[in-house]
Design a protein around this ligand. Structure first.
Ligand code: PEP
Ligand code: MG
Length: 587
């Protein structure tokens, strides 16, 4: 081997934005600012606070400018990220604490602001919640900007990238990502990050391939090294050989052709080769995702996770605010149905900003979550129920409760719903008197009592994400045991089968709205088990529809029947994978 030849190294990360790219690395390392510490003379303290105010104003102007640019270039959804940044600048706790620290110590304002913002970042970072960790990123990003302005230092940004490069960074902030020169950034690779971080959302909307979570890659490469980024598989290959490049060149061509086939098929009917229509629905978290839901050709919304309305805000949204959001989604999809799920706060989605509602718990997934919280706060719950009912006058709303564990909870939730209806009748506000009510099946005790629950609702939706974690006792967010989280475990398949049979015996439909529904390897198993509807993230829809159009329902039924006789989850997975591979050829 030629000793000058650098060796090829493959690093596995998390796939964050699809696509394949190859090029030279631009190592983007942001160094933390050096903040000088000095004492401010007592006579200059008012001026020092005025300087702080001016720093905040300048930062606000800069962020507003970026926001407007992003809005023009990318659209309003992406620009909304910067609203979170503008909110940091208005955070009275952060600003007030900085001023109090300054008044108490007399140390220069940048040092006080740096101390306070770092405390906030640390507190958010330590909370085991992806959303709040992203808020930490927002504060860090804005704080750096404020400090630069106070210190009179110009920022480096990725907009300065002139030649085509693969950006490799420890992390990139949403302003970094939005400032990227899209014709120059071939791909983005970051040491940290998750699929849902704001920067990744921007990369996806720019259609720049991205891989995150490659740990310490920035310490092992240099600017100028060549790298191949496979955003589909989350793989980064440093110094790839000619052979690897050749192989990826072929893969890239195949993927592009395949993706255009998927897109072309997504406008065609969702029908199997033996003529069975399969209803495919969209999962939405935010009102703004409306358009991607409709573009995906979903026949409605199978899960609208309303807790994001609460998590995105530092206060509880009132009835009118919620109503406006629900109505926007319902009207956008009318006459197709929209399943609005009532609050699923708690667990991995604690509400930190509102004291007294969620608490620190040792086992949050087994704790004060979702319907349990709502039943203990009937006024809060009723506010949401009234908002959902009001939206039902503008399209077809179906409402469902999360985390139902048995008949008592379902009956109590329905009793509160009746009170909410009565209040609206008194107010002479219109709503759909026949609005259907459903129960999620995501707790084993609910799965075992579907026949009893069926007397109190009109439909079921299986939340496989939670159902699997509770059936197999595997924390769905824990990397350490992620390999044990097996959707093809016989316990999972048998439970789904029994839910479907019990529900169908009582003539109630069953959907799946967990991640299993959007995976073309699992979808035929679910359909074969008798699931009536599949609800998934809009980007998953084309691939699932493509498979449905390439398979027979009779074969899916045989696949599920065979799977039910088997004991090894890996063998069942392999069989489902082969089912997919024999029907869908990527090349
Ligand atoms: C589920 O548990 O499968 C589900 C759809 O709900 P969430 O992922 O919001 O808990
Ligand atoms: Mg769930």
């Amino acid at each position: 081997m030629d000793p000058r030849q650098k060796t090829e190294t493959t690093v596995q990360g998390i796939s964050a934005s699809n696509g394949i790219a190859y090029g030279e690395i631009f190592l983007y390392l942001q160094t933390d600012l050096e903040v000088p510490i000095y004492q401010v003379d007592a006579s200059k303290r008012i001026e020092e606070i005025a300087r702080f105010d001016q720093g905040l104003v300048t930062t606000r102007q800069q962020i507003t400018k970026i926001k407007n640019e992003v809005e023009q270039n990318l659209g309003p959804d992406e620009a909304r990220i910067f609203d979170a940044h503008l909110m940091v600048l208005e955070d009275q706790a952060l600003i007030g604490e900085t001023i109090r620290e300054f008044e108490a110590t007399g140390v220069n304002i940048e040092t006080c602001f740096n101390n306070v913002s770092q405390r906030y970042v640390k507190a958010f970072d330590e909370i085991n919640d992806e959303y709040l960790r992203e808020r930490a990123g927002d504060i860090r990003d804005v704080a750096q900007r404020v400090l630069r302005n106070l210190l009179g230092q110009a920022a480096h940004h990725l907009g300065e990238l002139a030649e085509k490069r693969v950006v490799v960074a420890n992390d990139i902030t949403p302003s970094d990502a939005a400032g990227i020169n899209r014709s120059a950034a071939l791909a983005i690779v970051t040491d940290v990050g998750s699929k849902t971080s704001h920067a990744v959302i921007v990369a996806r909307s720019l259609k720049i391939p991205a891989v995150v979570g490659v740990r310490d890659l920035t310490t092992r490469v240099s600017s100028g090294d060549r790298v191949l980024v496979d955003g589909y598989e989350g793989v980064v290959i440093v110094n790839p050989t000619e052979q690897t490049l050749f192989r990826y060149g072929r893969i890239q061509t195949e993927k592009k052709t395949f993706e255009s086939r998927l897109q072309a098929a997504s406008r065609l009917p969702s029908e199997t080769l033996d003529g069975v229509h399969v209803v495919l629905l969209a999962n939405l978290e935010k009102v703004e995702e409306n358009s991607s839901g409709r573009d995906s050709q979903a026949e409605g919304v199978g899960l609208f996770r309303t807790e994001y309305l609460y998590l995105n805000s530092s206060r509880l949204p009132g009835e009118d605010e919620q109503f406006a959001s629900y109505r926007a989604v319902v009207a956008a999809f009318a006459p197709n149905p929209v399943v609005i799920r009532t609050l699923d706060l708690g667990g991995d989605k604690p509400l930190e900003g509102v004291p007294g509602l969620t608490h620190h718990e040792t086992n949050p997934f087994l704790g004060f979550r979702a319907i349990r919280l709502c039943l203990e706060h009937p006024e809060l719950f009723k506010e949401q129920l009234r908002a959902i009912l009001r939206a039902s006058a503008f399209g077809r709303v179906r409402m469902m409760y999360p985390m139902i564990s048995g008949v008592d909870e379902l009956a109590r939730a329905n009793a509160i719903l009746e009170e909410a209806k009565e209040e609206l009748r008194k107010r002479k506000v219109e709503f759909d008197e026949k609005m259907e009510v459903g129960s999620m099946i995501e707790i084993p005790s609910a799965a075992a009592t579907v026949d009893l629950l069926a007397r109190h609702c009109q439909f079921f939706s299986i939340g496989t994400n939670d159902l699997i974690q509770y059936l197999l006792a595997i924390d769905r967010g824990n990397d350490r045991i992620a390999h044990l989280y097996e959707p093809t475990h016989p316990a999972v398949l048998r439970t789904i089968k029994s839910v479907v049979d019990d529900a169908h015996r009582r003539h109630l439909p069953v959907a799946v709205c967990g991640e299993m529904a959007g995976d073309p390897i699992f979808a035929p198993l679910l359909l074969g088990l008798g699931i009536d509807e599949l609800s998934m993230a809009p980007p998953s829809l084309p691939a699932v529809k493509y498979l449905i159009r390439a398979m027979k329902m009779s074969d899916a039924k045989k696949l599920a029947a065979d799977a039910l006789t088997m004991s090894d989850p890996k063998e069942i997975y392999a069989m489902a994978e082969a089912f997919y591979a024999t029907r869908v050829k990527v090349d």
